[in-house]
Design a protein around this ligand. Structure first.
Ligand SMILES: Nc1ncnc2c1ncn2[C@@H]1O[C@H](COP(=O)(O)OP(=O)(O)OP(=O)(O)O)[C@@H](O)[C@H]1O
Ligand SMILES: [Mg+2]
Length: 257
């Protein structure tokens, strides 16, 4: 069961001026759910994702995965960052193959899995290209295929579509939802974008400005396939904007989304 329980988690980064980045987060992420995490720049979204990835440890509280405390990264949790960081000297195929290679998967298994996920993300025919031959959106697709090829139970995605143009972004959102429907992995998706958060997620967790606290959780009716102009989705977006406005007026903080 690939779910998380976050119990009273706070994160303080040390150094000369220790600052609290996340404050007292309590959250359950269910197995198979698509959870969006939304919040302004610097509120600790990436930190929260890194805690789930095991790349950071909480300063207090605990993060459980599958009921057990997380101690570090694991193959069952794949991470996709805004910058896919493909190795420029490896072809698309060989980039996606990397994790399987490290796990010493057989050649036949590597061939089968890499091709399956390249096909799934729409990169059929680009196997032997190098990253510099790809558009930004295609690089992101390759990064997603690389994460999927390792067979994770969870995908942790940190603003994966933040650097691509708007139309490509919409297409990537549609494709990601199709992949999620097909694979039913738990997805935790960090974004600044209200419409993206609502279009993708079953729930949207809105964080307050730094230190990030859970401001509100929005449930999105699970009617799929979704339409962007669906009246219910638009109404949830409006509720989120209202909650953000509330944060702004109550706390007198600049809140940019
Ligand atoms: N490794 C680190 N060491 C020290 N401070 C850090 C570290 N990582 C993040 N921070 C600080 O914690 C705060 C929150 O950062 P984080 O990257 O989690 O925010 P974010 O919500 O992802 O922001 P953005 O939307 O801009 O990506 C920032 O003030 C940042 O400077
Ligand atoms: Mg971030």
């Amino acid at each position: 069961m690939a779910g998380f329980t976050i119990n009273g988690v706070s994160k303080v980064y040390g150094g000369a001026n220790p600052t609290e980045t996340l404050s007292n987060i309590d959250l359950k992420i269910e197995d198979g759910e698509f959870l969006s995490i939304l919040g302004p720049s610097g509120c600790g979204k990436s930190t929260l994702l890194e805690l789930l990835a095991g790349l950071q440890l909480p300063s207090s509280g605990e993060v459980l995965f599958d009921g057990k405390p997380l101690r570090g990264p694991g193959i069952e949790r794949g991470v996709v960052f805004q910058d896919p960081s493909l190795y420029p000297w490896r072809t698309v195929f060989r980039n996606v193959e990397l994790g399987l290679e490290l796990r010493r998967a057989t050649k036949a298994e590597r061939q089968e899995r890499v091709q399956k996920y390249l096909d799934m993300v729409g990169l059929t025919g680009f196997e032997h290209k190098y990253p510099h031959h790809l558009s930004g959106g295609m690089k992101q697709r390759a990064g997603l295929a690389r994460a999927l090829a390792n067979g994770p139970e969870v995908l942790l995605m940190d603003e994966p579509f933040g650097a691509v143009d708007h139309l490509t972004r919409l297409q990537l959102q549609d494709d990601l939802l199709n992949i999620w429907e097909a694979e039913r992995k738990t997805v935790v998706f960090v974004t600044h974008d209200v419409s993206e958060a609502v279009f993708l997620g079953n729930r949207v967790v809105l964080l307050s400005p730094r230190p990030g606290r859970i401001k509100q959780i929005f449930h999105v009716p699970n009617k799929r396939p979704r339409k962007r102009d669906d009246i219910e989705l638009v109404s949830i977006q409006n509720d989120i904007y209202a909650a953000i406005h509330d944060v702004k007026t109550q706390e007198h903080l600049e809140y940019i989304i």
